[in-house]
Design a protein around this ligand. Sequence first.
Ligand SMILES: Cc1cc2nc3c(=O)[nH]c(=O)nc-3n(C[C@H](O)[C@H](O)[C@H](O)COP(=O)(O)OP(=O)(O)OC[C@H]3O[C@@H](n4cnc5c(N)ncnc54)[C@H](O)[C@@H]3O)c2cc1C
Ligand SMILES: NC(=O)c1ccc[n+]([C@@H]2O[C@H](COP(=O)([O-])OP(=O)(O)OC[C@H]3O[C@@H](n4cnc5c(N)ncnc54)[C@H](O)[C@@H]3O)[C@@H](O)[C@H]2O)c1
Length: 452
Amino acid sequence: MSFDYDLFVIGGGSGGVRAARVAASDTGAKVGLAEESRYGGTCVIRGCVPKKLMVFASTYAPAMEQAAVYGWDVQMGGFNWSGFRRNLEGELDRLEGIYRCLLQNSGVETFDVRATVGGPHSVRLADGRVVTAKVILLATGGWPSVPDVPGAEYAITSNEIFHLEALPQRILIVGGGYIACEFAGILNGLGVQTHLWYRGEAVLRGFDKEARDVIVQGMQERGVQMHMQTNVARIEKQGAGYCVTDTKGARHDFDVVMYATGRTPKSAGLGLEALGIGLDSVGAVQVDGFSQTSVPSIYAIGDVTNRVNLTPVAIREGMAFVETALKGNPTSVDHELIPTAVFTQPEFGTIGLSEEQARAQEPIEVYATAFRPMNISFIDAPNKVLMKLVVSQKTRKILGCHIVADGAGEMIQLAGIAVKMGATKEDFDRVCAVHPTVSEELVTMKTPVRSA
Ligand SMILES: Cc1cc2nc3c(=O)[nH]c(=O)nc-3n(C[C@H](O)[C@H](O)[C@H](O)COP(=O)(O)OP(=O)(O)OC[C@H]3O[C@@H](n4cnc5c(N)ncnc54)[C@H](O)[C@@H]3O)c2cc1C
Ligand SMILES: NC(=O)c1ccc[n+]([C@@H]2O[C@H](COP(=O)([O-])OP(=O)(O)OC[C@H]3O[C@@H](n4cnc5c(N)ncnc54)[C@H](O)[C@@H]3O)[C@@H](O)[C@H]2O)c1
């Protein structure tokens, strides 16, 4: 049987673009790709990249205050949101252009339309065309989910935050995960009065508790107003802003309400149910260890499978898919010991088990130190640092490494190599310190602070 394409990819984000261009350039496969919005997907257009640029923008005010203590004559002006937004949009246009070029140069044929699955080998394009492919890859990502509370339609999500006409004076951010905590730091740093409401007891659930405590303290000291065990009961329009009633009945005024309450896999309406492809209760496409669905010619990668929703993971799943489905070399993705950073202020880098998870698994030793780093030692600035290693008593392996510090994302990328290689505490100890640095603590902590 002959097909129009060897591979057709639905979704031009992190996973889809990588899979399409590696398949076309490495295997010579004829590849088509449909993207309904902008190339680069969530990460480039409305996620990692614009978010990180906003993190950078938001850290200049404290840096300038500190510069004055270091002897600089600093004139602090205001923040020009529209100027920043213009530059941000220019950068995203540039990056989208690069993504388009990468696809074009690898010989991938692109279609700027929505696509759905018509059958095991057929794809329907929104302009009415139907194409056939030997293999179909679903890489449609995820979408913000907003709880069904009265007035939720007035709230924005991370999709809209980059496009605000003006910065609000007061913002409410609802949620306690990556996005809520990152944007609380960003908006607070840009001078917005920032309130974070979280329904549970402490934000960043699932991460190491000691690290979460240091992060929360740092966020509060910087000015974020954190309200725990608080949720939204109702949002009402009030003049140019909103009146939000909380679950305890109190009413509060905000200019903008932003929901950061998780993301849902974008699988609805793709035509998967008709083919018997399994979706879980939140709509995640069910796949095996090789990203193959129950229909052998259809695979799925990235956030639409809701495994580990991070860009580098979607990319790795895309490359493993090409090995498996186009090179005849079945390759699964290792989802264990993935380092990650939460770009909160203070920043968090982490890999492996939290102390709480490790304790439940086996006897451990904990090495931890919290201190004020040298760069602010003579400045009245909030920036406590935490360096923490969770060690197996039996194997001496590092089970978890947790860093709260400026540059923690960069540090955990490097420490993560050692942890992934199975380094022991004694391997860390054998490495000579780099002095004076914050990260030297990782190789100089001699005595456990506790055992369990
Ligand atoms: C605010 C925010 C910040 C983030 N920050 C980070 C970070 O710092 N680090 C990190 O690792 N991860 C981060 N992430 C997560 C990361 O962006 C995602 O894990 C990653 O983009 C997933 O890639 P993907 O290929 O699965 O999907 P996506 O990148 O979402 O791409 C899916 C693409 O498919 C298109 N599409 C959907 N349906 C169709 C259809 N039917 N037809 C045609 N096209 C379709 C969409 O338009 C989209 O372009 C962040 C996410 C958000 C929201
Ligand atoms: N730095 C990074 O790598 C980075 C940054 C942003 C996003 N991401 C990825 O994107 C994913 C989505 O981020 P997110 O922050 O939206 O999701 P999340 O799952 O990390 O957090 C969702 C939060 O919303 C809360 N919540 C859920 N339903 C609620 C409801 N009905 N009412 C009130 N609160 C509710 C949850 O308790 C949780 O605190 C992350 O899990 C992560 O994989 C990664």
